[in-house]
Ligand binder design. Structure first.
Ligand code: DI6
Ligand code: FE
Length: 407
């Protein structure tokens, strides 16, 4: 077969589930045709008829799947640096939220921004992630908090995927905070989300999944369950901001609905972790938010390991609790703050992040049939990725077989 491109002499971390750890293959080669991988393995095992129009030597560089950021709030108006100042003066994240700041201050800035303004700001953030090696990312709404403005956020998220060489997966997060026009009535707002907003969103096909914020300062387990029941009827997969600031048993709730993922999870109990393990729900850990709000409770990583819960890592890029724009740094934080192993950090931003998005059939590992999305690194061994921080170690980024041709 004549492939379009062949990268060779790579140290390839395939992330294949049938291999140990990150599935390392030495002296590897990866062949792409029409944007897909047609061979990824040892050069010595390659089929004899395989040739390429272009050959790219990697000189022993580490090659991984393109990075996947499976939890972001990339599209929003304004910023929250003024609240950062308040927090430095002693206010807590929850106090600011309760006094009308927090998510609601971003809601106000998002509502007054048009599509072009939102896209202009979000593209700057997206370009930072692309320069970091990201080829797939998830983007949530949740700062519009009414049908018109939530739709606007999701429309802009989809547009970003057309304006850049990147796959965007969208998530509807109207149950993020209570908008002021709801007059303090959370049940009534959830009713509106379920009766009017969600059916419209499902009809328009603008969201790939549904999320909620289950927390004392946001929505209860019962309110979240109503949103999830509606999503199930409409055929949309769910995920959840769970157990971030307290334990409401959000992890178990997510598992009960077969959620793709439960995210944050600092306060998750053993029952929650066990339920996630049984349901196959991915634990998405967000060390940027943990760090930035100066949380001290570390998520129960040992329980996730014990109950065989897949672990992913993401930026949670958002203006309030995690203005973080680097998945490379997330790997370092996962290791340093949460004591994840090198393998868990790398798998967390590739294979397990793909699983958390329901996209493992297309991306997340280097195997024939998947999209040829690659991150080629200036380093030769996996441990070097989470080890250094504050430096961009990316050498080249390949999206569906195209991108820079030198390593
Ligand atoms: N948890 C978070 O960390 C983000 N949303 C959520 O439910 C924070 C959103 C914000 O503060 O703007
Ligand atoms: Fe979040």
């Amino acid at each position: 077969m004549l492939a379009d491109r062949i990268w060779h002499d790579a140290q390839m971390a395939t992330m294949r589930a049938d291999l140990e750890g990150v599935g390392l293959i030495d002296r590897a080669m990866i062949a792409s045709k029409d944007g897909r991988i047609v061979y990824a393995g040892a050069k010595s095992d390659a089929p004899s008829g395989l040739d390429g129009k272009e050959w790219i030597g990697c000189h022993g560089a580490l090659v991984t799947p393109g990075l996947i950021d499976c939890h972001t709030h990339l599209v929003y108006g304004g910023d929250r640096s003024h609240e950062f100042k308040m927090r430095l003066a002693g206010a807590s994240y929850e106090e600011i939220a309760k006094s009308g700041g927090g998510i609601l201050s971003t809601m106000r800035a998002t509502r007054v921004s048009d599509d072009d303004e939102l896209a202009y700001d979000a593209l700057k953030r997206l370009d930072a992630l692309i320069a970091d090696g990201v080829t797939t990312l998830e983007i949530k709404s949740g700062y519009g908090l009414d049908l018109e403005n939530e739709t606007k956020q999701l429309r802009v998220a989809r547009r970003l995927g057309n304006e850049r060489q990147v796959d965007v997966v969208t998530t509807f997060l109207a149950a993020h905070a209570l908008p002021p026009e709801a007059g303090g009535d959370k049940d009534r707002y959830i009713e509106l989300v379920c009766r009017e907003m969600l059916p419209q969103i499902a009809r328009s096909g603008i969201a790939d999944a549904v999320d909620a914020f289950c927390e004392g300062i946001a929505f209860s387990v019962e309110q979240t369950a109503r949103v999830f029941e509606t999503a199930r009827i409409l055929g949309l997969p769910v995920k959840l901001h769970a157990d971030q600031l307290s334990n409401l048993e959000g992890a178990a709730l997510a598992a009960r609905f077969g959620a793709l993922s439960a995210d944050h999870l600092e306060y998750t109990s053993e029952e929650g972790a066990a339920a996630m393990g049984r349901a196959g729900t991915v634990a998405v850990l967000l060390p940027g938010a943990f760090y930035f709000i100066r949380e001290t409770k570390v998520p129960p990583v040992d329980l996730f390991r014990k109950h065989r819960v897949p672990i992913a890592l993401a930026t949670d890029c958002n203006p309030g609790s995690s203005p973080l724009h680097s998945v490379q740094l997330v790997m370092n934080m996962g290791a340093t703050l949460f004591r994840l192993t090198v393998e868990e950090c790398l798998l967390g931003v590739t294979r397990e992040a793909a699983r958390a998005l329901g996209r493992l059939d297309r991306v997340g590992t280097l195997e024939a049939g998947k999209h040829c999305n690659l991150a080629i690194w200036k380093v030769g061994s996996p441990a070097e990725l989470p080890y250094r921080f504050g430096i961009n170690q990316l050498s080249a980024r390949i999206y569906r077989g195209t991108g820079e041709l030198t390593c």
